[in-house]
Design a protein around this ligand. Structure first.
Ligand code: AMP
Length: 283
């Protein structure tokens, strides 16, 4: 039987017991409103670990002042049913107060170039919030493995760097992007899209896929690739581009030309939601 906990101390108690019994423990951190993308992480965790913990916490410290913290979609009841079906052992669903006491004052940050670009550039303090909450979750759950999606490509890189730099005793497992049949990357924020915008949003995955094909056919000019994508996106009614970038897939550093494995990453507002997507191109 799956159990849900809102208190850190309660979750710690059961996990201490599991650990004493020699069980391996995994953590899948989420903000809830679960979809097949989240479920793919849970399935991977289920395959390899005795215990699967799913955290559901809309973390305020990773949202900027003008972002969608208040309206972020939530449905704990449905999330619980999905988790139970997938064989999750424990849900951790703390309140904001449980995670951040009134006098909370400690954050984890990085000086790495990994956060200079992409979402790090346009969402000030975002990765500081992510690193801090993931650190806290690691300290609460003490997992052997933690599962993250490549949909948030930069996030995985930031977490891996943090785990390495701070010697966290956890293996980070990154999982592939799950897409709708028509290509749209699954996201809790897709729920904000109107019917028309849902169609417009397809331009993101389509232009990434086409850019990849061009590179594989021999295109090495980064500007051409970026401009090609921008051109396609500008043709849909509801789009406002935050960024489209081609970066070194490993370091996330800027490149002159496409002469190594790259990630093409983009963030675009389609109506209300800011959607992100990316694709790896091995050259
Ligand atoms: P979120 O609830 O959006 O914070 O996401 C929780 C975890 O699920 C993160 O590690 C995400 O990268 C991952 N995730 C979200 N959407 C997808 C997707 N479409 N495919 C794979 N992983 C995803």
């Amino acid at each position: 039987m799956m159990q849900s906990f809102a208190k850190i101390s309660d979750l710690r108690k059961v996990l201490k017991n599991e650990r004493m019994n020699g069980k391996s423990i995994s953590l899948v951190p989420t903000m809830g409103f679960l979809h097949e993308g989240h479920m793919s992480l849970i399935k991977e965790a289920r395959k390899k670990n005795d215990i699967v913990v799913v955290s559901i916490f809309v973390n305020p410290t990773q949202f900027g002042p003008n972002e969608d913290l208040e309206t972020y979609p939530r449905d704990l009841e449905k999330d619980s049913i999905l988790c139970e079906k997938e064989g999750v052992d424990y849900i951790f669903n703390p309140t904001v107060n449980e995670m951040y006491l009134d006098d909370y004052a400690t954050f984890v940050d990085t000086t790495s170039n990994i956060t200079n670009r992409l979402c790090g550039a346009s969402r000030d303090g975002h990765f500081r919030g992510v690193m801090s909450v993931v650190t806290k979750l690691f300290n609460i759950v003490n997992p052997d493995r933690a599962y993250f999606g490549r949909k948030d490509y930069q996030q995985v890189a930031v977490i891996k760097k943090m785990v390495n730099d701070l010697s966290f005793n956890v293996e980070i497992v990154d999982c592939e992007i799950v897409r709708e049949e028509d290509g749209l990357a699954l996201s809790s924020r897709n729920t904000y899209l109107t019917k028309e915008q849902r169609i417009d949003a397809l331009v993101l995955s389509r232009s990434l896929k086409e850019a990849k094909e061009e590179i594989l056919k021999g295109e090495r000019n980064k500007e051409k690739i970026v401009n090609g994508i921008l051109d396609k996106i500008s043709k849909v009614t509801y789009s406002i581009v935050d960024y489209v970038e081609v970066l070194d897939a490993k370091t996330l550093e800027d490149i002159e030309e496409i002469n190594r494995d790259v990630v093409i990453a983009l963030a675009v507002n389609i109506g209300k939601p800011r959607l992100i997507d990316n694709i790896i191109v091995e050259v």
